[in-house]
Design a protein around this ligand. Structure first.
Ligand code: NAP
Length: 250
């Protein structure tokens, strides 16, 4: 058995640690977008494969027997490539995607949107001091907010300039409620913009928004490729790989 684990998420690191602990050969793959990535246990390779065909070649060349796609729920291109490559190389694919935030009870003032254009329109009508926490790649959608006091949080320094009135904070999760409350109060945030990343690492901002009575505008997840069945936990992946009965390390 040789697992290629498409990663870049906390749950991918958790899965890598479990596989290493079970003695299963695993190589984690990272896109290489983050300058100081948190590295998973086990072997790691960094950088794109050159499309679905390149990924299929890599799977064949490296003798990969199982492909696991544990990339972020919004990394749609990589997931599409994983589906195509698994089919082309004839290896099983397991998709690990953490549950979205839709099941949370505190959805007091949440607005779900299907596109970034809709997010801009809805959030733009709700506040003048948005906290944009939907990721660097979404920022161009909000360029027309140049006259607003926008608070942006990104993991990596931005490549280009942002409008003068914007404040850019570089940070990465996990975040705690106290810090989120302080940040949002200090910047007098009046609407929170996010995407439905799910999981606990970045969820404190939702609790903070609820406490402060701030509306939340969420970009809904894209539809997964047809026929792709996703599991939501590391244990489910181990089960799908047929190694689920083993106990965790330590
Ligand atoms: P994407 O748009 O779905 O993928 C674009 C291209 O990046 C892919 O075609 C592939 O290049 C390369 N790539 C993506 N993930 C890779 C991986 N794990 N290993 C090797 N190459 C990878 O991806 P994205 O949304 O930019 O996300 C990039 C990475 O950041 C992913 O690993 C994802 O898990 C992580 N991440 C994304 C988000 C988000 O909001 N999108 C948030 C947190 C973490 P080739 O075609 O050349 O193979």
């Amino acid at each position: 058995m040789r697992v290629l684990l498409l990663g870049g998420t906390a749950e991918a690191r958790d899965l890598a640690a479990r596989l290493v602990g079970l003695g299963i050969p695993v190589t984690s793959s990272l896109a290489g977008r983050v300058s100081r990535p948190r590295l998973p246990e086990g072997q790691v390779r960094i950088g794109g494969f050159g499309g679905a065909a390149g990924l299929a070649d890599h799977v064949r060349d490296q003798g990969v027997t199982h492909l696991v796609d544990a990339t972020h729920p919004f990394a749609t291109t990589m997931t599409e490539h994983a589906v195509a490559a698994a089919s082309a190389a004839d290896v099983p694919l397991v998709r690990l995607a953490r549950p979205g935030w839709g099941g949370r009870a505190d959805t007091t003032d949440w607005r779900w949107c299907a596109s970034l254009a809709e997010v801009r329109q809805v959030a733009g009508g709700l506040g003048r001091r948005p906290f944009v926490s939907s990721g660097r790649q979404t920022l161009p959608a909000f360029a027309s907010w140049a006259d607003r006091e926008v608070l942006v949080r990104v993991v990596e320094p931005l490549d280009g300039d942002v409008p003068e009135g914007w404040t850019v904070v570089e940070d990465r999760g996990p975040y705690a409620l106290d810090g989120e409350l302080e940040l949002m109060a200090r910047h007098r945030v009046d609407v929170l913009v996010t995407k439905d990343s799910g999981g606990g690492y970045t969820a404190a901002k939702l609790d903070a928004a609820a406490r402060l009575g701030i509306p939340v505008v969420l970009l809904a997840r894209p539809e997964p490729p047809a026929g792709l069945i996703a599991v939501t936990t590391v244990e489910d992946v181990l089960g799908a790989l047929g190694v689920g009965a083993a106990a965790p390390r330590g």
